[in-house]
Design a protein around this ligand. Structure first.
Ligand SMILES: Nc1ncnc2c1ncn2[C@@H]1O[C@H](COP(=O)(O)OP(=O)(O)OP(=O)(O)O)[C@@H](O)[C@H]1O
Ligand SMILES: [Mg+2]
Length: 346
């Protein structure tokens, strides 16, 4: 009886907390919004105005900090993930000793997403180690674990934005892990961070939609917002899980260009799961092939022969690379081979 009453009180308290959090999310502080708008237009339209200058100076400081994040050595040894009755990632070992753009390819169910989730600690490894800067990040707990998760930003196929919040706030939520919850719920972000968020959006060519709700954007725009949000974490490594799988070829190209530029300009390691071999070849310096949870190919893109691709996809002699392909050239018709892709994916 007492236990039931206790559980009920607990449920009521929990629902109140959720209600307050929900209301707070929707609560727009007029003063804050006015400043946001003036900062936004100062940054985007008054190219030579004093506001732009100060914002740019603020952002240069933050970018300098980001560039120095690049040179991170990651050593993965014997990484394994088992679910009841099956092995999903099979003793994977690999070393990343300099900033790189890495594509992971393999047929559906090969374990690509699980591998990224293991690196980010979104799922618990059965065994193995991931040593970064001398520490096994799989052993970190509490604040140290959260700090690692901040350092490896995740980008997902489904963007994971808050639909009813504006773009700028969504980007600013990238700093959520590094601050207490209440100021974020009240949208009380320091001017420096708002400037950084705008610069990240500007860099991705979407500063002009900073005040639009996320739900009103196209898929390509949403994915660019998600990338800007990832940049706000000042990550040491970016993990992108099928970032272009739901996009049309033109938006896929814009998003892949943006990821490549994060690597080229900021020297950050980007690891991205991709369904199409031509995208991996075109954008990645290094390609990792997975099959049944095991790493079966690890080399530069030019070493990825048709035979190696056949091995990764477990396909027969009739396999061609086009079977995995969706053209990224917006002028050409989408060239997915429906039958072939189905044969590879199933
Ligand atoms: N929580 C879970 N419990 C049981 N099995 C799981 C779980 N998560 C993933 N799996 C299984 O692990 C295997 C690998 O899944 P994963 O999502 O890593 O593959 P993937 O290579 O990313 O596939 P896709 O290309 O379709 O995204 C799949 O067979 C999947 O069903
Ligand atoms: Mg996946």
């Amino acid at each position: 009886m007492l236990a039931r009453a206790g559980a009920r009180a607990h449920r009521i308290a929990a629902s109140r907390v959720l209600l307050v959090a929900g209301l707070t999310c929707e609560f727009r502080v007029a003063h804050h919004r006015t400043r946001l708008v003036s900062l936004h237009y100062g940054f985007v339209t008054a190219a030579d105005g004093p506001r732009r200058k100060s914002v740019t100076q603020l952002c240069e400081t933050s970018l300098h900090r980001k560039r120095s994040n690049g040179n991170v050595v990651i050593s993965v040894q014997g990484l394994r993930k088992e679910f009841p009755g099956r092995v999903v990632v099979r003793d994977v070992s690999l070393t990343i000793d300099k900033p790189a753009m890495i594509g992971i390819v393999g047929r559906s169910g090969a374990g690509k997403s699980t591998l990224l989730r293991l690196l980010n600690r979104l799922t618990v490894a059965t065994r193995g180690s991931v040593v970064v800067e001398g520490r096994d990040v799989l052993k970190l707990t509490g604040e140290a674990k959260r700090s690692w998760q901040r350092n490896c930003a995740m980008i997902f196929q489904q963007f994971n934005l808050v639909p009813r919040l504006d773009v700028l706030t969504n980007v600013l939520l990238g700093t959520l892990n590094s601050r207490s919850l209440l100021p974020s719920l009240l949208k009380m972000f320091p001017q420096m961070e708002r400037a950084q968020a705008l610069q990240a959006l500007d860099r991705l060519g979407i500063a002009d939609i900073a005040l639009q709700r996320a739900e009103s954007l196209s898929g390509g725009q949403q994915q660019r917002v998600a990338i800007a949000r990832a940049l706000m974490q000042s990550p040491k490594i970016v993990l992108a899980d099928e970032p272009i799988a739901s996009l049309d070829p033109m938006n896929a190209k814009i998003v892949m260009d943006a990821l490549r530029s994060i690597h080229d300009r900021d020297g950050i390691t980007v690891i991205t799961n991709l369904h199409t071999l031509d995208t991996a070849r075109h954008y990645c310096d290094r390609v990792i092939g997975m099959r049944d949870g095991a790493l079966v190919f690890d080399g530069v893109a030019s070493e990825l022969s048709e035979a190696a691709a056949r091995d990764i996809y477990g396909a027969g002699k009739d396999f061609t690379e086009a079977m995995t392909s969706v053209s990224l050239d917006p002028r050409r018709e989408v060239s997915r081979s429906v039958d072939g892709a189905a044969a590879v994916a199933n």
